[in-house]
Design a protein around this ligand. Sequence first.
Ligand code: SAM
Length: 433
Amino acid sequence: MNVNDSEKIAGLLLADGYERADHADEADVVFVNTCAVRERAADKLYHAVGRLKRLKARKPGLLIGVGGCVPQLQGASILDRARAVDILVGTHNVAQVPALFRRAREGAGPLVDLDRRADSFTVPPSVVAHSSPVRAYVTVMEGCNHVCSFCVVPRTRGPEACRSPHAVVAEVASLVAKGYPEVMLLGQTVNAYQHEGVDFAELLARVHGVPGLKRLRFTTSHPEHVTPRLADALRDLPRVCPYLHLPVQSGSDRILESMRRGYTRRQYLETVALLRDRVSDLAISSDVIVGYPGETAQDFQSTVDLVDEVGFEGLFVFAYSRRPGTTAFRLEDDVPEDEKRRRVAVLNARQQRAQQRLNAGRVGSRDEVLVDTVTGPGRLAGRTRHFRIVHLAGPAGLLGRAVEVEITGAGSNSLTGKLPIGSLTGASSAPIL
Ligand code: SAM
């Protein structure tokens, strides 16, 4: 979602007459978009502005903008610590960036706009400067109505607001017309989408109906909003990819309750079983937080056991970070940092071994890869429908094409593959699907 916000800001600046600079030292304006989910992410802002301040000393006309969740959380006080900043905008003020830069150029800075506007979807889809020529992000809802004790998102992005299905379908149709084969629908809890009787399963069906779209993905799903209708949509809509990111956060009921996640360990496992029952070969990935206040060795072991039991395709493991404004902020952050790091390492090592085993079993199989990156001369990378990364040799002309690939090698985080013999004589003769 932050990437998509940056794409919106870049697009607005391009529409206002700016050109993209390769390096900050060639730029007239630099915009730093921020994440506040963990303290370390928030701290990055001050390091970035520190570097830009030195650049500004050499280049006095340089304007610095800061946006996203950190300003929304910390407010104008950022300007006390980061005096080089000229404009400060919140999560709902992206559309104001060009006008604020213009006023700052005229000497009106520093300028602050942190108001939560009623309509947060004010950036025209046509201006978004998509960073990938293959996969386009489409925000379908902003904000979050959950009350997870650890999470700052409801504070930084406000309550849920859903876009109309007509606007979403129109945006996807225009992206397909521009040549995008794949779209990823975005929302903090995307499967909680509701708009005048249209639920997320129905939204998927409508977007799936856009002629020419090859692949449809979405993220992030919340376990509480996984319904049989969503499982059926994953099963019945062939262009919806069989991959679901479903953060569990912990395998301990005691911790899940304190986190206010709204489900128990058993309910999470039942949700996974429902999905796997209806959608054969569904790839599921997850997020886990370790070292949450009060997490004992036994609680941690429950998480390890759950991870083993589910067999996730991918796992993001985070050390708990105490965030201001969250309900867990008042709990004692009592797991020592080195123990948090140890738990992160234990889970990561286990997960890497599991992924290595799963990937090794795929060697010799064939899969459809949508080429999304030219990684070097004659080198490509892409994703399977299950979101597995595959590296392969091939011509740059295959960018954006879906090709059938034979899997020849396996690492823990990616696969290698090759195009069938005889298909490399030119992009047009490759087995394009
Ligand atoms: N809205 C999504 C959800 O509810 O699953 C994801 C939001 S968050 C940007 C991505 C992940 O960061 C979360 O799933 C969680 O594992 C992690 N996270 C959130 N708050 C955290 C905190 N205070 N400390 C450590 N990790 C955190």
